[in-house]
Design a protein around this ligand. Structure first.
Ligand SMILES: [Zn+2]
Length: 67
């Protein structure tokens, strides 16, 4: 078990919809978190999602967060 759990105070405040739009899984885990972006990864379909404008949008393959 290498599940990485992060307490999302900001996300909780914004009521982040932790549900994968592709497969409906609610078990999204945080991939990375910055001041501007919160990326989630779905353990079921392995898609990555970005929380943007109050919605989850798919992260294009190859897109990485810019540190
Ligand atoms: Zn999924």
């Amino acid at each position: 078990m290498t599940q990485h759990t992060v307490v999302l105070d900001l996300a909780a405040a914004l009521a982040t919809p932790h549900r994968c739009s592709a497969c409906g899984s609610t078990d999204l885990s945080t991939l990375t978190e910055t001041h501007r972006d919160v990326l989630f990864t779905c353990p079921r379909c392995r898609l990555a999602w970005r929380f943007e404008l109050g919605d989850l949008v798919p992260v294009e393959s190859g897109t990485r967060t810019r540190a």
